[in-house]
Write a protein that binds this ligand. Structure first.
Ligand code: NZQ
Ligand code: ZN
Length: 393
């Protein structure tokens, strides 16, 4: 195993009726004015925004609102948020929503606290020096942004979806009431669960020797999510399964399942980000559409690792050798994704990739042929293209 640092500074307030604590949690931040940032309408329709506003008013906190965040959150709304926050003297951002709203909030937070174009950070032309404080009320178990150091923004100019990691943006607090996720469409519940699994799998498939405790946590987390998502889909008001998914969302992306490893592979995420930027798909679904093509490509580099995953996570009886066991595990994961309504090929999302599309995606994913992605196996532009080709249909 490798030396590691584990930093998870977010205060988690978990359970039913925790939303009403938001006023006092924000007051502890000693801020003057809050931006309540939210998405396309689910938080309004459910009455959540009214509850949040009431709690802030009772705590005597001044606030303004900005909605309209879409999945694969856009840079243009981030710019609008930065301008608004500067005009209004906002010094705390409250993200009410999922990964897209939290990420948009993080980007606005960077924009308020630094004197340059915020896109420069995502384009890796500059490094942020500060971020305005952020808190969140989570409404979907998925991206893990509520405890992660990441944010992902899409620039409409070129449809580039780019991530940025920095400890500066970690949420001060995260209110997690599983009942808020009861209103999710089944597709979003499944897509979110897939994303949670993938955050752990990205860290699990690493070329370095791992810590057995970390492996056990990762394997248990994935098994638990696989079980919980089935229950949650069958009964959209089952508390325990929604609670399991929500807590797993945070634990899968707050670094816990990477302790002692090298940070993980992340190639599947990079492959998905290009698809998400260009075709505006649900992130978890996009991951499912590319994962097995990635897995079959890289598995020969270390069949034993995939065989361990097959046995410990997918419950596969070991075959004649590691390669056989590994392949059965990949097949079983594909079948699982299909069983929760997720695609396992790109065309199943209504996208018919042409030769030019795949070349363009591979070019952008390799940052115009200047980087390789992944660690389990490093993939250059040609290798990326070949995975898109495998995953196409
Ligand atoms: O906008 P509204 O109306 O709220 O609808 C949303 C949206 O359409 C809906 N929704 C959310 N909560 C709901 C609800 N509908 C009914 N009831 C509720 N309680 O669900 C849809 C998806 O929401 P979104 O926030 O986009 O989902 P998710 O949390 O999956 O976030 C996806 C984004 O996060 C990025 C992804 O790339 C994608 O852009 N990621 C962020 C990461 C991070 N910051 O650490 C890591 C991830 O790997 C990921 O890349
Ligand atoms: Zn993800």
């Amino acid at each position: 195993m490798q030396n590691f640092q584990y930093y998870a500074p977010t205060q988690v307030v978990f359970g039913t009726d925790t939303v009403e604590q938001v006023g006092s949690l924000v007051r502890q931040q000693n801020c003057k004015k809050v931006l309540i940032h939210y998405g396309g309408g689910s938080a309004k329709r459910s009455g959540l925004l009214d509850r949040v506003a009431k709690s802030l008013e009772e705590a005597g906190i001044d606030y303004i609102m900005l909605g309209g965040v879409v999945p694969n959150p856009r840079l243009s709304l981030v710019y609008e948020g930065i301008t608004l926050c500067k005009q209004e003297g906002v010094d705390f951002i409250l993200a009410v929503g999922g990964g897209s709203v939290i990420d948009s909030s993080k980007a606005i937070g960077y924009g308020i606290a630094n004197d340059c174009d915020v896109w420069d950070f995502y384009a890796k032309r500059a490094v942020p020096q500060a971020c305005a404080p952020i808190g969140t009320i989570l409404t979907i178990a998925a991206a893990g942004s509520e405890m992660s150091n990441s944010s992902v923004i899409t620039n409409e100019d070129g449809w580039l979806k780019r991530g940025l990691s920095s400890e500066l943006c970690r949420c001060k607090f995260a209110i997690m009431d599983p009942t808020l996720t009861y209103t999710l469409p089944a597709y979003q519940t499944a897509s979110g669960a897939a994303d949670i699994m993938m955050h752990t799998m990205e860290r699990y498939f690493t070329p370095v020797e791992t810590l057995p405790l970390t492996d056990a946590l990762a394997e248990g987390l994935i098994r638990s999510v696989m079980s919980d998502v089935k229950t949650a889909l069958a009964d959209p008001q089952d508390y325990d399964s929604h609670a399991g998914l929500m807590w797993a969302s945070s634990l899968s992306h707050n670094g816990l399942t990477g302790c002692g490893t090298d940070g993980g592979d992340w190639a599947s995420h990079q492959l998905e980000h290009e698809l998400g930027g260009k075709y505006d798909i649900a992130h978890g679904a996009g991951l499912c559409a590319v994962w097995s093509s990635w897995a079959r490509t890289v598995m020969p580099a270390n069949p034993a690792r995939f065989a361990k995953f097959a046995v410990n996570v997918m419950g596969i009886t070991p075959g004649a050798n590691d390669t056989e066991t590994a392949n059965r595990g990949i097949d079983a994961m594909e079948a699982f994704f299909q069983s929760i309504g997720m695609p396992t090929r790109i065309n199943q999302m209504g996208i018919d990739l042409t030769e030019d599309d795949m070349r363009e995606l591979a070019h952008k994913c390799s940052f115009m042929n200047t980087r390789k992605i992944g660690k389990f196996v490093q993939l250059d532009r040609e290798a990326i293209y070949e995975i898109y080709q495998k995953a196409k249909a």
